[in-house]
Write a protein that binds this ligand. Structure first.
Ligand code: PEP
Length: 254
């Protein structure tokens, strides 16, 4: 059965101490809220990761993720971080393919497919982001765009490898803009994504895949979004920086 997940993406926010405080607040507030098939994943900047791993509470389904990793195993890549280093620090998830990485760091589908391979090889579970720009949606090619991102980034994987992937549908026009896809718009494309996965890997794999929605998700809209049949939770940017908002979004999983 697929999991219900709320993942927070702090992006390049929070200094060391404020990040640790935010995380502790969230863990304390959600400890009694998260049930067995639900997960919370906090994706912080690299400087916090190992400390957050230490602050996790045994028995509480809160896990730690990174926001990127390099495609190579190791070597002369100044300023980069490897999947193996993350894993060795207790990190279990990594966001790959975020639209900010695609846009500002020119990460291509081909590069992302290599990062996925390296992450999986080192035991990290990718939270793989896909989604169209406003121009693409207005041109009514959003289904094609999302399908191509899936095919080029992930469909070289075996069914077993694919089962470690968490997908996040994040329309670029909704990220950090305050514009949210309506629950119907999001459901329509989540159902399409699940159909494409079923065609490639079979219905069981598709049914077991967690597909998150991301894009200006907040405590007010989370309930309506998460109650859609094919929306299994959210990837949360801005609202993950406020413990109360993030906790309220987590509660919307129930
Ligand atoms: C994100 O960065 O993945 C995101 C969804 O951001 P926001 O919630 O701020 O739109």
């Amino acid at each position: 059965m697929r999991k219900k997940i709320v993942a927070g993406n702090w992006k390049m926010n929070q200094d060391y101490q404020s990040g640790l405080s935010l995380f502790s607040e969230v863990v304390n507030m959600v400890s009694d809220e998260i049930t067995g098939d639900q997960l919370v994943i906090v994706c912080s900047p690299f400087i916090h990761l190992n400390s957050l791993v230490q602050l996790k509470k045994a028995g509480v389904n809160v896990f730690i993720g990174a926001q990127n990793c390099h495609q190579e195993e190791s070597g002369a890549y100044t300023g980069e971080i490897s999947a193996q280093m993350l894993k060795s620090a207790g990190v279990e998830y990594v966001i790959l393919g975020h639209s900010e990485r695609r846009q500002y760091f020119e990460e291509s589908d081909e590069l992302l497919s290599k990062k996925v391979n390296t992450a999986l090889k080192n035991g990290l579970k990718p939270i793989f982001c896909i989604g169209e720009t406003l121009t693409e949606r207005n041109a009514s090619i959003h289904f094609d765009v999302v399908k191509a991102q899936l095919e080029k980034g992930l469909f070289h994987l075996s069914a077993e490898e694919f089962s470690s992937i968490i997908l996040a549908y994040e329309p670029v026009w909704a990220i950090g803009t305050g514009l949210t896809a309506t629950p119907e718009q999001a459901q329509e494309i989540h159902a399409f994504i699940r159909k494409i996965i079923a065609e490639k890997y079979g219905q069981q794999v598709a049914d077991d895949t967690t597909i998150l929605y991301g894009g200006s998700c907040n405590p007010k809209n989370a309930n309506d979004l998460f109650s859609q049949a094919d929306i299994d939770g959210g990837l949360i940017g801005g609202a993950s920086l406020k413990s109360r908002d993030f906790t309220d979004i987590i509660k919307a999983l129930n």
